[in-house]
Design a protein around this ligand. Structure first.
Ligand code: 15L
Length: 268
């Protein structure tokens, strides 16, 4: 892989990965809708609005692989999700097909499957159960990836990211946390593994409290170095006695499930 494009490079994950991936590929092209810090050796910077197909075509020109972090990264209005995460990801896959891009790593989310109960351990084969318009847009991206893999032979690697950060920030995140170095390793598997056609993995560290069976990631060589457990005591103590929402507590997606919730009975 000579030139690798990373979208969403101005976001939290993008800024961290810019450092992790520095020098790993001969050229790292960094893109976002907002201006980025100037290019250093081995970098190119670009400003692109994903909903603008002409701009997306220019963004993917000459690229071998894409790490797609761009778009809206939390619940939002339908109009905003529609432009950035539905039209935007369609533009990205279509422009990638036209340009002959061989590999796409897509940062999907735990919220594509957030309505699975916490008591259930899920793997990469479950059907989507989005917990928000945002989660629906991630499930749409996963489906689009399947189409472009089957029909056009693009290698598609989908990482259902839990929660990225230096450490887990609350009880829910003890189950879904991923450290910067573990996400860096997963991304590199997605770009560099020779046999990726269409794969879904969970973007979580080796957490003892995980809700996921991440066997597919392990099969592809993922060996997480971090576990949230050393942080558990402090995290749980900080949260003790705080008010809890029954729906948020029941489902994996937490507050994304509870927001705007109007069902009379809970679906297991
Ligand atoms: C996500 O998908 C979001 O991008 C991130 O901001 C967090 O909300 C995370 O999920 C989470 O579930 O903690």
């Amino acid at each position: 892989m000579h030139r690798v494009l990373m979208t969403g490079a101005a976001g939290g994950i993008g800024r961290a990965l810019r450092e992790t991936l520095r020098g790993v590929y001969p050229v790292l092209r960094l893109s976002d809708r907002v201006p980025l810090a100037p290019a250093r050796d081995g970098e190119e910077v670009d400003v692109t609005e994903l909903a603008d197909m002409g701009a997306v075509r220019r963004m993917v020109e000459g690229v071998d692989a894409i790490i797609h972090l761009g778009g809206v990264s939390a619940e939002n209005t339908w109009e905003s999700i529609l432009q950035s995460n539905i039209v935007g990801i369609f533009n990205l896959f279509e422009a990638a097909r036209e340009a002959g891009v061989r590999r796409i790593v897509f940062a999907t989310s735990n919220h594509a499957v957030g309505f699975y109960p916490r008591k259930e351990r899920i793997d990469h084969r479950v059907v989507p159960r989005p917990d928000s318009r945002y989660g629906v847009s991630k499930a749409f991206g996963e489906a689009l990836g399947s189409l472009y893999s089957d029909k056009h032979g693009i290698g598609v690697f989908l990482i259902r990211i839990g929660n990225f950060g230096e450490k887990p920030i609350d009880k829910r995140r003890l189950s879904i946390w991923i450290s910067p170095r573990d996400l860096g390793e997963l991304i590199r598997i997605g770009i560099e593994h020779p046999d990726i056609r269409y794969e879904i993995v969970y973007g979580v560290s080796g957490n003892a409290r995980s809700w996921y069976d991440n066997a597919n990631a392990h099969r592809l060589g993922y060996r997480p170095q971090d576990d949230s457990e050393p942080y558990a005591e402090a995290v749980l103590a900080a949260e003790a006695g705080a008010p809890q929402d029954a729906i948020a507590e029941y489902y994996q997606g937490g507050t994304f499930c509870a927001a705007e919730y109007t069902a009379k009975t809970r679906r297991d």
